[in-house]
Design a protein around this ligand. Structure first.
Ligand code: AMP
Length: 187
């Protein structure tokens, strides 16, 4: 099973993705986590990505595409994967489709959209800023990340709807309720 998680920053992709990992026994591939790890480790890739991340912009497509291709080729991803934070724009989605074909893997089964309103998103991200201190969880950067999501990532809903793969789940409520909704639409 290959699933793309779609939703604004703070919509719960990471949290629900972890639950899917535990449920299906397939790995989660999070480009945001991979990029933060690269920044923390001070790698070349991290140095290239840092400025864009701090500003709430998308990092260059070729950087994240390289991360995902390397990860999808690993043994544990052969039976499936949960993609969290990738693709983030239509170009990445098109590359992903080609990449899966090239790797000899089945296509994406479903794109799960976690729908959460903007007010709730801002509240959650400000809350996360206090708890986790993520560098990009500052109010002006948060607002910019939501704009980037609306401008660049939101069109992906249409991309996957046209392929008949889009399922939308209300991302507000208890974590378990949301997870049950996701399992329901994946059946
Ligand atoms: P996330 O943890 O998914 O919210 O990602 C944090 C930041 O990493 C984003 O604001 C972007 O700067 C960068 N990033 C993560 N995934 C991607 C992607 N697929 N394409 C471009 N930039 C990304």
């Amino acid at each position: 099973m290959r699933i793309v998680l779609l939703g604004a920053p703070g919509s719960g992709k990471g949290t629900q993705g972890e639950k899917l990992v535990a449920h299906f026994g397939i790995p989660k591939i999070s480009t945001g986590d991979a990029l933060r790890a690269a920044v923390a480790a001070g790698t070349e890739l991290g140095k290239k990505a840092k400025a864009a991340m701090d500003a709430g912009q998308l990092v260059a497509n070729e950087i994240v595409i390289g991360i995902v291709e390397e990860r999808l080729a690993q043994a544990d991803a052969q039976k499936g994967a949960i993609l969290d934070g990738f693709p983030r724009n239509t170009a990445q989605a098109e590359v992903l489709d080609g990449m899966l074909r090239r790797l000899g893997q089945p296509a994406i089964d479903k794109a799960v959209h976690l729908a959460v309103n903007d007010e709730e998103i801002i509240k959650r991200l400000l809350d996360r800023a206090q708890k986790e201190g993520r560098a990009d969880d500052k109010e002006d950067v948060i607002r910019h990340r939501i704009k980037v999501y609306n401008d660049e990532t939101h069109p992906l809903l249409d991309y996957y709807a046209k392929q008949g793969k889009l399922v939308t789940v209300q991302g507000v409520g208890s974590l378990d309720d949301i997870f049950q909704r996701i399992l329901g639409v994946l059946k």
